[in-house]
Design a protein around this ligand. Structure first.
Ligand code: C5P
Length: 403
């Protein structure tokens, strides 16, 4: 049962189809899914908190400022605890609020604060559905990676006929499964991702590191997992939560990272997003190096670290079918990326500008170029999460038919 143990935050907006979410909750609970419900003010006209609480076996949340309910106040944490946010029914109003970043109640605030995939199940009158405003709002949301199931066509509660019926419960469950990876295009595939910096000791208290935050690598691990891959993330020290449903191996040095990567093989694909230190101190001191009057500062003798990407990409029976590297450059991005592709022997280089003015290191956004044997593909500026989702979908496509 791929859905067992997964956590869904179900947002119920004010549409007549809200009653169908009771059935949805029952079917999800049968599959071992934990469901937490958030009801909008309008939603509460169509379905009672009592029924939702009874079926979900969890408290139902309605108010952003309820003093008796710490869920609303800690909406950031609440939005992060779920693996997936499902909006069913998603009304024209809530879709519009999401598209324009409004956060004037608990549901819209949670949706804006979330960094998890969002699945919309729209339901509304056919004219509202077809209205250019609704379609334009949905196009904005699709561009941000928001998923959608339905609506279907048929007789609507308002008596009119046409598009706008909430997707049937089995259809919504299939979409949830796909969004959570159970039946995604990478189901059955093993993926290895490196992320974050490495730190190389000078002595027991000092080290050499770099500015990598791990945000891009962690987002890639999560996106591959969302498409169904079984993911091992080998990460240097970062200040990020572990991605959900991913095996995380924490390391410090480049040599530890290489050993952890090799232990995670075989894999179908490897994405090396870590900023690995090129050199380490040849002989780190066993004791803290002391300063003393008249003693000159120490000179550090460095030696080269192993190249993890080149090692994984080297021909051999253990080579993953797809090996992807990153090129973090401050100048001549594409030329350097092309040279790196050849030098490392990998299949694809994701090139990104990390000059201080780009804000890439530590920031939430990234602008990348994909450099492969087939040429260069420029992507627009996107959040790191969207770069990750788009890259995961691209890799799934490349792996298709590659048994
Ligand atoms: O050689 P350079 O560091 O510019 O190459 C960047 C790419 O190589 C990244 O994908 C990075 O994860 C990988 N790399 C590695 N091991 C190293 C150095 C870089 O895997 N020692």
């Amino acid at each position: 049962m791929p859905l067992a143990g997964r956590r869904i935050l179900l947002v119920i907006a004010g549409g007549i189809a809200a009653y169908k979410c009771l059935e949805l909750i029952r079917r999800l609970r049968e599959r071992g899914v934990s469901v937490r419900c958030v009801l909008t003010k309008a939603g509460a006209h169509f379905v009672t908190p009592m029924s939702l609480a009874a079926l979900s076996e969890q408290p139902v949340h309605e108010d952003l400022f309820a003093l008796t309910d710490d869920f609303g106040m800690s909406h950031i944490r609440a939005s992060r605890e779920a693996d997936l946010l499902v909006v069913a029914p998603a009304t024209a109003n809530l879709i519009a609020k999401m598209a324009h970043g409004l956060a004037d109640d608990l549901a819209s605030t949670l949706l804006l604060a979330s960094d998890k995939p969002i699945l919309l199940a729209p339901s509304m009158n056919v004219v509202m559905w077809r209205h250019p405003a609704t379609q334009a709002n949905l196009a904005i949301l699709h561009g941000r990676g928001v998923l959608q199931v339905g609506p279907g066509a048929g007789e609507l509660a308002c008596g009119e006929e046409g598009d706008g019926r909430l997707a049937e419960v089995p259809q919504i469950i299939a979409a949830v499964e796909a969004a959570l990876g159970g039946a995604g295009p990478l189901a059955g595939r093993r993926a290895l991702v490196t992320s974050g910096p490495t730190v190389e000791p000078i002595d027991p208290v000092r080290y050499i590191a770099n500015r990598s935050s791990g945000k891009q690598g962690h987002a890639i691990a999560q996106a591959l997992q969302e498409l169904g891959a079984s993911v091992t993330l080998v990460s240097g020290p970062v200040h990020l939560p572990d991605p959900t449903g991913v095996t995380v191996v924490k390391v410090e040095t480049a040599r530890e990272m290489l050993a952890a990567c090799q232990a995670a093989l075989p894999a179908d694909l490897a994405v090396c997003a870590a900023a690995v230190a090129d050199w380490r101190v040849a002989a780190p001191s066993a004791e803290k190096t002391k300063k003393a009057d008249g003693v000159p500062p120490p000179t550090l003798q460095m030696v080269a670290n192993p190249d993890i990407l080149a090692t994984l990409a080297a021909p051999g029976p253990a080579r993953p079918k797809l090996v992807v590297g990153f090129a973090a450059e401050t100048e001549n991005l594409i030329d350097h990326a092309k040279a790196k592709l050849a030098r490392k022997g990998c299949d694809l280089i994701v090139a990104n500008d990390v000059s201080p003015s780009s804000g890439t290191f530590g920031g939430d956004d990234n602008q990348v170029h994909l450099v492969g044997a087939g040429g260069v593909e420029a992507w627009p500026p996107l959040s790191k999460v969207l770069v990750a989702r788009r890259l995961a979908a691209h890799l799934a496509e490349l792996l298709k038919g590659n048994v």
